[in-house]
Ligand binder design. Structure first.
Ligand SMILES: C[S@@+](CC[C@H](N)C(=O)[O-])C[C@H]1O[C@@H](n2cnc3c(N)ncnc32)[C@H](O)[C@@H]1O
Length: 414
């Protein structure tokens, strides 16, 4: 992929851009195969999607002024270090996402949202000076603009602000934005008062009537709330859930856990009549979303067909699907009965020794592990020696970076 920002040294986020996409994938395959050291015949061909326009989410740093905001990043070391770089035409974003940035810049101008100065403060002699709370108060309001595009072309926009001070002005200009950006479904403010390299804070104020963005994958609409996790590459995420469903259906478990379930992507794609599915997730918000989708599938109109199945099939498939908020390891360690199969899709830190130990010592016959960090996956697999990988697949979820997703099916050795 060609990128004029990369070529000019303005952006270095895509660290592998000097390689072709096939070269990148070969490098990732070599990396994951080296780390996991599985027999060759376990590996399926990698899943590779589009190399441009694949990102459903943009996290833009806002610099410049309220009258002339710049949406993008702070320039990398070198000629552009610390300068605001406009990335509204970043080739990773689909056209509908790129088209949202100009109306959002106009909203920033109309609502007079002063960009927050994120650059470190330099004192005499170019030495970095510690930022005091007083400095921070003088440093503006708007930190980030985060935009998510659904497969149906709708948008969720989040403005990360230092305080709630501009909220009334944003409410006033919301009708204008709705007209200028008809795809807008959800607009929210995230309040992040700290001068810290943390992207967002705990408080979220949704300004639109709609609270969720519908992400339809293979006919199943997952309801994304502003703070919920969602895979950033819709095409590859669809392939991930399809692959999971195919392997789960082969195993055909009567009882299945989906740990770290988020808004329910794995659980709902793997539901089937006669199968009890329990999803566990730390975010109560995500659990509410997953529960909404399950309810919708349970009450489809009689003539509806979703993912190739009719309303009666879905009524039966969701009859025993439940989601609960909580820590995955605490749930597993606190539950005596074992399911037949467990899906785990943890954050980068992996499942850790407690949960790995619980699965290793259990009667669970199959585990499906979806990982975005092969190093912690390798560590967790070493903690579960009785569960042997029988199938593995790399999914190129994050082209042009050295990140990837890997899905591994484990079976208890007889
Ligand atoms: C990689 S995401 C996977 C989400 C989901 N499986 C999907 O496909 O979108 C990891 C999820 O784990 C959740 N999480 C983080 N720590 C957790 C914990 N200790 N127990 C349960 N869930 C946790 C996060 O909120 C996030 O939704």
């Amino acid at each position: 992929m060609q990128c004029h920002h990369y070529d000019a040294g303005r952006c270095r986020s895509c660290t592998l851009l000097d390689l072709t996409h096939p070269q990148q994938v070969r490098g990732k395959e070599a990396h994951v195969r080296g780390l996991l050291a599985l027999p060759d015949d376990v590996w399926l061909a990698p899943v590779v999607g589009d190399e441009a326009g694949f990102r459903n989410k943009a996290k833009m740093v806002v610099t410049g002024t309220a009258a002339a905001p710049v949406l993008g990043i702070l320039g990398p070391p070198g000629e552009y270090e610390g300068q605001g770089v406009d990335l509204t035409d970043c080739p990773l974003y689909p056209a509908e996402l790129q088209a949202a940035f100009e109306p959002l810049a106009e909203l920033i101008r109309r609502a007079r949202l002063t960009p927050y100065d994120l650059t470190p403060t330099f004192g005499p002699g170019g030495r970095r000076r510690k930022v005091t709370p007083k400095d921070a108060a003088q440093r503006g309001e708007l930190k980030h603009v985060i935009v998510t595009l659904s497969p149906a072309g709708e948008l969720m926009v989040r403005l990360v602000l230092r305080s709630t001070e501009p909220v009334a002005r944003l409410r006033k200009h919301l009708p204008w934005l709705a007209g200028a950006l008809p795809a807008l479904a959800v607009l929210s403010v995230n309040v992040q008062p700290a001068h810290a390299a943390v992207l967002e804070g705990a408080e979220e104020i949704v300004l639109t009537e709609r609270q969720t963005l519908g992400m339809e994958l293979d006919g199943i609409t997952l309801h994304l709330r502003p703070q919920s996790f969602f895979q950033t590459n819709t095409e590859v995420a669809t392939a991930l859930y399809r692959q999971a469903r195919a392997w789960v259906d082969e195993v055909s478990p009567a009882a299945l856990w989906d740990l770290y379930c988020g808004v329910g992507g794995f659980a709902l794609h793997c539901a089937a009549p006669g199968r009890a599915v329990t999803g566990i997730e730390i975010s109560a918000e995500a659990v509410a979303s997953a529960t909404t989708t399950a309810r919708e599938l349970a009450t489809l109109p009689p003539d509806a067909v979703v993912g190739g199945h009719d309303a009666a099939w879905w009524r039966a498939a969701t009859a025993d699907v439940e989601f609960a908020a909580g820590d995955a390891a605490t749930f597993a360690l606190g539950t005596d009965a074992d399911p037949d199969m467990v899906i785990v899709n943890p954050p980068r830190r992996g499942i850790g020794t407690d949960l790995a130990g619980r699965l290793e010592a259990s009667g669970v016959r199959h585990v499906l592990y979806s990982s975005c960090n092969a190093a912690t996956l390798a560590r967790d697999l070493a903690d579960m020696p009785s569960l042997r990988p029988t199938r593995a697949r790399l999914l190129d979820m994050f082209p042009h970076t050295d990140h990837y997703e890997v899905l591994v099916l484990l079976e208890r050795a007889a």
